[in-house]
Design a binder for this molecule. Sequence first.
Ligand code: ATP
Length: 588
Amino acid sequence: MEFSILAEAFYKMESTRKRLELTQFLVELFEKTPHDVIAKIVYLLQGKLRPDFEGVELGVAEKLAIRAISKSSGSTIKKIEDEYRKGGDLGQAASIIMEQKTQTTFLVEDITIERVYETLFKIANLEGSRSQDMKMKYISSLLNDANPLEASYILKILLGTLRLGVAENTVMDALAIAFSGSKENRKSLEHAYSVSSDLGKVAEVIATKGIEGMEKFEIVLFNPIRPMLADRVKSEEEAMEKMGEEFAAEYKLDGERVQLHIEGDKVVLYSRSLENISSYYPDIIEKIPKAIQADNIILEAEAVAMNENTGEFLPFQELMHRRRKYKIEKAVTQYPISVNLFDILYCNGKSCLELSYKDRREKLEKVVKEDEFVKYIPMAIVKNENEVEDFMENSINAGSEGLMLKMLDKPYQAGSRGNYWLKLKREYQNELGDSLDLVVIGGFFGKGRRTGSYGTLLLATYDEDEDTFPSICKVGTGFSDESLDQLYQILHPKVTIKKNPRIISEMEADVWFEPELVIEVVASEITLSPIHKAAKDVIRKGAGLALRFPKFTGKIRVEKAVEDASTNEEVITLYKGQKKVAHDKNLM
Ligand code: ATP
């Protein structure tokens, strides 16, 4: 299939933000697409080559791309950089430069999607000393044969700046319409996506096998399942209202959620955002197979840092020491953990998702043996508020955050947040009722003791509709020397020359970061703000929302993708909630 068809579709999609229009463009594109390229198109649409959990990264730097454009167009580096500065988009700049070139030369051959995809794939897999030269060669070979529009999209994909604004749900709507005739069938696609986390594969199956293929879609070992999430409740009383007469209470441990895929000695671990995190936990990889009494299995657990002497659970921050590429063996002995299992999703070739919570827990206890390292998460069946309170007490004393409450007769709902699971934390650390997970977008250099680090960070929410990161506050409190140091190490490589266009802020930060890191903050209040951009114009025209007295809690949420950060919607709900509390208090 010709790449120009895709480039033209991208061009149309970039011109609109309307979901219905986007869906229509996608349907037209999918209908023209041969079945053997549809998966590739679905990945490319999202600026990817493979599903996230495979970790295939293009990693092409701007400088290298500029050199490749220069080589293919004969234009000077300076001219390209000037054009880039004017528009702020290198893909666009390349298209203008190439436009000038095509007036004098002829294109050599049409480029196909297959060729672009394979070349990009080769670029992603290049490693070693000569890789930069090879990357440049591959890029310029594509650009040589590309027309200006094609060149601009090849570069956007390479640099990770393609922003079509197509959410996964929109892609699923379009696939359902194109291959089953109706959007109503999206539920089946959602199921397939939730059990495979691979939208390309979902597209290929529905294109070749239709809606029946979706219904028969099965879990595949070593393809992560999208996690089930919990709603929050504020009190035991509210929990009782929602959970009914009898339900399970489990400790809510403060560690990292891990999905374990195991077959014999082969073990792969996935994080909450489905990243392969096996390399951080060589101890789990080594020890877990001994505890398993099944041929193959998928489990969920909370990996928690432990005090080996007292057996106490330690806070999440301790696990940060494991996030390193080198000397991991040392970190394993210095920062021991335990694996606390709370669910079983697959066993001996069969899905367990449809089993009730009660049956899954029973199965878990049957097929996994506990030992020093592998435990079942502490659980009690509770019937009234007192029992919930007592178990909460035990949980807090053991060093955990609170309780997870789970309905006994309900299945595992992959990829969705709902009332079957509730989270109840002991204390609401701030007047807002809960903490916020915010994206770090900018930094200000520290003074005095904080020289050499970012003393203050600029934070943003996630705007789901626009796929952007509008600023909500600056935070300069709550940092220990150690966390300042850690944040500097993580953030320094993310500094960009130009502010990423997804960042929405009018502040003048000392440095801008690629929006890739999420941290947790608490605050006293949400107020209207003329400066910050979160939920701008929603409550009052011209004003955004801002956090008052924000404080870093010490949690760097490395396991969260930026799209999992607190959204504008959540902040609006919190803002309205505090208004209501104030109003209720006035009435009392
Ligand atoms: P989300 O609800 O989106 O995951 P979050 O990570 O901010 O957001 P938390 O308040 O931390 O939400 O609660 C959910 C997390 O609690 C799970 O993702 C998991 O890592 C952890 N957890 C701890 N104990 C349990 C348990 N017994 N059952 C399920 N999850 C648990």
